[in-house]
Ligand binder design. Sequence first.
Ligand code: GLA
Length: 645
Amino acid sequence: MRNVLSHGVLACLGWFTVFIGAGPSPVASATPDPLQPTGQWAEQHFGNAALPPMGWNSWNAFHTQIDEAKLVGSAQAIVDSGLRELGYRYINIDDGWWQQRHQPDGRMVVRTSIFPSARGANPEQTSFRPLVDRLHGLGLKAGIYSDVGRNACSQGYPGPDSLLPTGTVAEREVGLYGHLAQDLSLYFQEWGFDYIKVDGCGLNAFSPDKPAVKAGQFRAFPAYVVSDSVNQTRVADIRKLYGEVRDELTRVRPAGDFVFSICNWGTANVRAWGRDYGNLWRTSDDIEPRWARMLYNFDSVVTRELYSGPGHWNDPDMLYVGQGDFDANHLTEARTHFALWAIVDAPLIIGYDLRQAPKALLDILGAPEIVAVNQDRAGNQGVLAYTSDDLQIIVKQLSARDEKAVVIFNRGTEAVNATLTAAHLKFQPGTPIQVRDLWQRRDLPVFTDEVAIALAPRESVMLRVKGRPQLADGTYLSEMPARLYVAADGIRALQPDPQIHRPVDMGDGTTRGSGPRPALAGWGGPRADSTPYNNELRLRGNVYSSGIGALANSRLQVKADGQFNRFSAQVGMDDSSLERGTKVRFEVYGDGHLLAQSLALGADDAPFSLEARVTGVKIVELVAREIGRGSAPTVVAWGEAALRH
Ligand code: GLA
């Protein structure tokens, strides 16, 4: 049965949909209805990050023990080793660069004992301009670091050898809070920086109860961020502060030649809203050079494929290739860490002292075919095609329709024989699939249907494959995550994501206490080829290996750009839905006009075949509207959702 309603019939149902279907909790007139299609691509364009930013940052290599010689030495190594030509461009100074905020004018002063070229005629007129000019002269770009609050992370969490700002309480307030316009004009106009990372310790480490605040060392700032409790975190206030930074950057750099990196460690539900505020946003707490910690950082992005795309990237933190579990004695782990970051479109920011890099490590950071996957211009984050606690297969659609990159990743400590199938790749069964090994940079034998891949513990294999797409006349939406925008996720109450690996050491570095709990919000967000709760997409027993899973009362935008003629999907309430008593209507809009809708579908209704003509349509919007309000989350499936020619 084909339950297709024609466009003509639906034109007159448009208002019905909007007014009757708005649900039982009417939205106050001032607040826009999140389900109301706009016909406008909601994602904003700002900054300069069409591809995941690449470069180097001082923090993982040196912490606050950074100095000019170390920084310029690594920058020079990037040039000499050829990494610059591969795309590594940004040389970013992290925490530790500041001496103080001069009073009463509030001008930031560089610590010239470690950055001698910043020394000016008088001590408070320091300038990073000479260093920035030098980096620009090397064909590189320059990044600086600040905090969205009054004080910095090194001040809130000092190590034994931290170089900290000096002076009075006011002189040590080095963050942007209260000085936004002044600081950004200094950094971006006078000094000429191109990139800023804005941390968030000023919002969580200086609350009135903190001993250093009680002792009068810092002015109190309310705890906006409660790291392990999103529901106690002041999400709206935090968004507002980062939004002010974005807007001020747009003012000081009207040409948009800046990169804005949000660093609030995945707190405050930033994994859902970072895309509207920054060019990249950290999805987790700090990476450490340990395998288990790398898993945690990776897990915080790998299910967020619908939140990333050109200009806006999930950031699982900087690379630790070169140190600890990823050093020259652990090349398997180092390659895996790098391949994982590459396939999820993570920014590739090196955190290693490149002045002494052995060739084996430079070969990893400079693997041209791995970097090319990360920098593919379509900007599709890899999507999980197979997932277990031990083994994952991540497939990334490349800009050539018949090409994909794939990482087969052994997370565990046992060897695994993996089977990579044509279905994982969404290629047609029985047709030849060309394969290239991206580490070895050589072609492997062509296969059909499936191939066995042996993996040592912690090993990953990274391939580029070329074949005949399963969908001959179009593309599944789950093959174009960069063209989806989550306008409304349907989440009613924020919940921490329980899928993220929780290594020890997330608290005080010991196993005192009861261990780390899930902390990063995002559970329930829409997914490619999965329900929001990590079940397979299933309608009355029919499994859909391609599709979009979401909660009811969600709205997804798809950038069709006038390239397709037809939208099609099998829709319904997913078999895994926790709520079974309500119904859901599925609506398809083209540039703001209702094109097709399903009947109101309940838990027992057959999958509904939804089709819409989208010729010339730029923005397709998919609304799953709950009729009635259940007590539990309602899970819906847009099975085989595709744009067709
Ligand atoms: C935080 C950030 C790190 C680094 C340090 C500097 O922990 O997440 O990346 O910038 O602060 O103190």
